[in-house]
Design a binder for this molecule. Structure first.
Ligand code: GTP
Ligand code: MG
Length: 330
């Protein structure tokens, strides 16, 4: 199961208690206080991990509890601090507090860390309280509680290019041709059920990340098809590729598809419409597509890029365009 939203309960470790103790040894009268401090509780830390691509591990283990600090002991022994609990999250994880919905962290870079809950401080042992006027202190502190809270985690993939299109338009075919990603490709709609990320690698070592998402259909905002929730994964993209099946599979018209796609994007989030878009006409190897393209071009004033994802026509030009737009203007 692919999970891109989940809730967790996190609690940092409590501090260890301070110790109340006196030195008692033969021939050493009035040995004095020697109770050590308690150790700090472990923190709960979120760390962006390159090998984690979704939030399923947190869905199945929604309680993340760090260990407490050890208690202080006699002979001035401090308690050991509790180990930090490192929770791996995928790049693009947004963390909100459930209580007020406030964003706590937006974790993007690999290796980036965020302390979600701080461990409690350890209590002071009685040796901390000794002074000239209090030579046999009996006070000590208990450990302080670690922070805790409920958090909602949401994954918004981090990619440069987002592929948007009707089911069967050839999005997965395209990503499999330009990157090393190999999503499932088939001639039935809704083959892709979860977003897939692939990376284009250029000869100058520059890289661009591409997101392939499930197909979008008319009425997706009312949960038709797979709904439109997965559009969140293209919210961070710098360029959207609107991929059209120019052959008009299933008796559809490419121009209608195009209008409907734009409408669904707008209904999801009008901000997405401000992103640069590229319209690509796929399946140009089919005669129906060659027939329909001039008609589409008459109605659509902007540029249309003809492609055949399957045969590879137009792909080198597309990659050059991405490089020009996204790498050179970075
Ligand atoms: N003739 C032709 N067929 C293509 C081309 N690109 C993709 N196809 C075919 O179209 C069908 C759908 O391709 P997919 O890549 O799975 O389409 P998709 O957009 O990812 O579809 P969903 O994941 O269901 O949204 C497959 O049978 C592909 O072989 C193309 O350029 N020409
Ligand atoms: Mg697909």
């Amino acid at each position: 199961m692919f999970v891109d939203r989940t809730k967790i309960y996190a609690k940092a470790g409590d501090g260890g208690n301070g110790c109340m103790s006196f030195r008692r040894e033969k021939f050493i009268p009035h040995g004095g206080p020697d109770g050590g401090n308690g150790g700090r509780g472990g923190n709960v830390i979120l760390r962006v991990d390159a090998d984690t691509s979704q939030l399923a591990h947190l869905f199945y283990q929604s309680r993340q509890l760090a260990k407490r600090g050890e208690h202080g002991r006699g002979k001035d022994q401090y308690g050991k601090a509790g180990p930090d609990l490192i929770v791996p999250v995928p790049p693009g994880t947004i963390v909100r507090r459930v209580a007020d919905g406030g964003v706590v962290a937006d974790l993007v870079k690999i290796g980036e860390e965020h302390i979600l809950c701080r461990g409690g401080r350890g209590g002071k042992g009685n040796s901390c309280y000794k002074s000239s006027v209090n030579q046999a202190p009996r006070q000590f502190e208990k450990g302080f509680p670690g922070e805790e809270g409920e958090f909602a985690l949401e994954l918004k993939l981090v990619a440069d290019i987002g592929l948007v299109g009707y089911p069967n338009a050839g999005k997965s075919t395209l990503i499999s041709k330009i990157t090393k990603a190999h999503p499932k490709i088939a001639s039935y709609p809704f083959t892709t059920l979860r977003p897939v990320i692939g990376t284009i690698e250029y000869e100058d070592f520059s890289k661009l990340r591409v997101a392939d998402i499930p197909g979008l259909v008319e009425g997706a905002h009312q949960d038709v098809g797979l709904g439109h929730g997965f559009l969140r994964h293209i919210e961070r993209c710098r360029l959207l590729v609107i991929l059209l099946d120019m052959a008009g599979g299933d008796g559809r018209e490419p121009w209608d598809d195009y209008k409907k796609l734009l409408k669904e994007l707008e209904l999801y989030n009008p901000e997405i419409m401000k992103k640069p878009r590229l319209v690509a006409a796929n399946k140009m190897d089919l005669p129906e597509a060659v027939e329909k393209l001039p008609k589409f071009k008459r109605r659509h004033r902007g540029k249309v890029r003809p492609l055949s994802a399957e045969k590879g026509d137009g792909i080198p030009g597309l990659l050059e365009f991405f490089h020009e737009e996204l790498v050179n203007k970075r």
